[in-house]
Design a protein around this ligand. Structure first.
Ligand SMILES: [Zn+2]
Ligand SMILES: [Zn+2]
Length: 251
């Protein structure tokens, strides 16, 4: 399976070469979308990903650096369907912890071309802690974190092909992910709210977490990514990477 990083920036001021957070898991041609920051559909399409293969979208929380591209993503699927019609298109399930954001997204879309009439089943779900999704060889679980008031912000654990990925979303502290770090092939950890050294020191003690990749970068990393990587490697050696927009990672 492959991971594509569409946007790696936190919600700080616009940064050259980086957009708000979004990444995709490609598994047996299906795409599983995690967060939907600005431009994610554009970046994915330009990278060669087929948006008509999206099976599900998982939103960690509804801050705009995580959902700013959601309406555009759905609009783009419809656009591609109009240009390249599909026979019997499968459903797209969208999971998010705030249904008012979904209602706002749909309100926006219904004012667009053709009142956003679509020919694929589109279902929104209120994502809550526990098992969120299980289909097509992938399971996705959620747990609450303390980035926002209770129920409003989630981290996700993804299992597929005997690999386990933990996606922090935005968290108040990395320790909130502790129950998931004893067996984790890849931790995708946000650094918008955290110091590189704090995270790396903590993860270096978690021998069950085999690899760390930073995403949702804050100013510390963006000021000097090379320097940040040097600090990180003091703790994690070759177990750490800093993702960039457009990167692909194969597991
Ligand atoms: Zn954020
Ligand atoms: Zn946030």
């Amino acid at each position: 399976m492959k991971l594509f990083f569409l946007g790696t920036c936190s919600g700080t001021e616009p940064m050259p070469g980086r957009h708000h957070v979004s990444w995709v898991l490609q598994l047996q041609e299906k795409l599983y979308w995690f967060d939907a920051g600005e431009c994610c559909s554009h970046t994915a399409h330009v990278l060669g990903l087929d948006l008509q293969n999206i099976r599900a979208v998982f939103i960690s929380h509804c801050h705009l650096d995580h959902v700013g591209g959601l309406a555009n993503l759905l609009w783009t699927i419809r656009k591609l369907d109009s240009l390249h019609p599909r026979q019997d298109p499968g459903p797209v399930d969208v999971y998010l912890p705030s249904l008012p954001t979904w209602e706002g997204t749909m309100t926006t879309l219904r004012e667009t071309e053709g009142s956003f009439a679509i020919n694929f089943p589109l279902h929104a779900h209120h994502a809550q802690p526990g098992l969120v999704f299980a289909d097509g060889g992938i399971t996705v679980e959620a747990r609450e974190n303390q980035h926002l008031p209770p129920g409003k912000s989630l981290s996700y654990r993804i299992r597929a092909e005997n690999h386990t990925i933990v996606f922090s979303g935005d968290v108040r502290a990395v320790e909130e992910l502790d129950p998931w770090l004893d067996d984790c092939d890849l931790l995708l950890m946000e650094t918008g709210h955290h110091k590189v050294e704090t995270i790396c020191r903590y993860v270096s003690q978690k021998t069950g977490t085999r690899r760390l990749a930073f995403i949702h970068h804050g100013r510390e990393i963006l000021r000097d990514p090379e320097a940040a990587l040097a600090v990180a490697r003091q703790f994690l050696h070759d177990r750490i990477s800093i993702t960039n927009d457009g990167d692909c990672l194969e597991l």
